[in-house]
Design a protein around this ligand. Structure first.
Ligand code: SAM
Ligand code: SF4
Length: 330
């Protein structure tokens, strides 16, 4: 079992299989993004070997993310190979976070590979707003993808970034819609990662305010629902679903962090909100020496910081970290 210097067990790996995406969400990317150099991107076989190394070292949960994981060519081969590790003593869960644009095409293959739960990002149910926030998205395509995934038997959680003056009048509507379809929903605070054209200081909405506003319309019960992720969950009695809150800025959750993040070029980040990384990709590309990779992973754990330094306020207009969320995955 991997442990860090603060005795936190590291059992969860998030892998950004590509930093590229077919959308350009305003809070996530600039319209003209500069992506990681293609020549440094690891092959799917190399990513698989790295993931297997983590499984050998005790990682129990892997989430594939990005960028948009489903735009990476042949990504299903990686998912199928990783799915074979879902068994006692190896992987407890393989899952994916997606923008939903390609779910209709891939839902059956995701389910067959052993994935049981997926997260789909959806910030609004309003077509005009959806076009605005994603720049290039197609809400109808996403909804039909979500419904295809539901009929396939995949359990769905909707991820919604809470944005002031954008979707703050829609939260009740989103909960109602999720309740109708039996999807859980998690609200997320916008995080200061990478330069974007949106002013995060203006769009940031602390989730304690969101929760207070939800409590005017809904009743919630505290529950012990754990997904090994950062969200804290409440059960919404009227909608009959779990409502999660990921609030890295207004309520720091770092003391229970169990995650590390691998980029598609093989950089291992110990924290979403810090710049330090260990380059496993360099060894994979040059020597294929997985014993050295093993040693480096152990050393990397000792450098996992205590917490992130995310700040959003009028005095700090610069992102806390230069890289966008898509490099290390959400
Ligand atoms: N493309 C996929 C998607 O959108 O679900 C997976 C990658 S995306 C980076 C993962 C999650 O991060 C999404 O739920 C997205 O809304 C969220 N996200 C992206 N940039 C963010 C930011 N700056 N702050 C908070 N959440 C962000
Ligand atoms: Fe793409 Fe996901 Fe970022 Fe939107 S949030 S631009 S879908 S990576």
């Amino acid at each position: 079992m991997l442990k860090d210097q603060f005795n936190r067990k590291i059992s969860y790996l998030r892998v950004s299989v590509t930093d590229r995406c077919d959308l350009r969400c305003l809070y996530c990317m600039e319209e003209n993004m500069v992506f990681l150099p293609k020549k440094e991107v690891l092959s799917l076989e190399e990513l698989y070997k790295l993931c297997s190394t983590f499984i050998d070292l005790g990682v129990k949960k892997i989430r594939l993310t990005g960028g948009e994981p489903l735009v990476r060519k042949n990504v299903i081969s990686l998912i199928t190979n990783l799915g074979k590790h879902i068994k006692p003593g190896e992987l407890d869960e393989l899952t994916i976070t997606t923008n939903g644009m390609h779910l209709k095409k891939y839902s059956d293959q995701l389910f067959k590979s052993g994935i049981k739960r997926i997260n789909v990002s959806l910030d609004t149910l309003n077509h005009l707003k959806y076009n605005k926030i994603t720049r290039w998205g197609n809400l109808d395509k996403v909804i039909s993808g979500i419904m295809a995934a539901k009929s396939e038997g995949l359990k769905i959680k909707i991820n919604t970034v809470a944005l002031r003056n954008f979707n703050d009048y829609e939260f009740d509507n989103l909960i109602e819609w999720c309740g109708k379809h039996n999807f859980d929903i998690t609200f997320i605070e916008t995080m200061p990662m990478g330069e974007v054209q949106q002013d995060r200081n203006k769009s940031f909405l602390p989730l304690n305010m969101l929760r207070a506003s939800l409590e005017k319309s809904w009743t919630f019960n505290d529950i012990k629902y754990e997904t090994s992720g950062p969200a804290r969950y409440l059960y919404c009695n009227e909608a009959g679903i779990n409502v999660g809150f990921i609030s890295p800025l207004s309520h720091n959750f770092c003391s229970t962090c169990n995650r590390v993040r691998l980029t598609c070029t093989g950089k291992l980040y110990m924290c979403l909100g810090q710049d330090d990384f260990v380059d496993l990709g360099e060894i994979v590309r040059t020597s294929n020496n997985y014993e050295k990779v093993n040693d480096l992973i152990y050393q990397a754990m000792l450098t996992k910081p205590k917490e992130h330094d995310f700040i959003i306020n009028k005095k700090y207009l610069k992102p806390s970290v230069k890289r966008h969320m898509s490099v290390t995955g959400g």
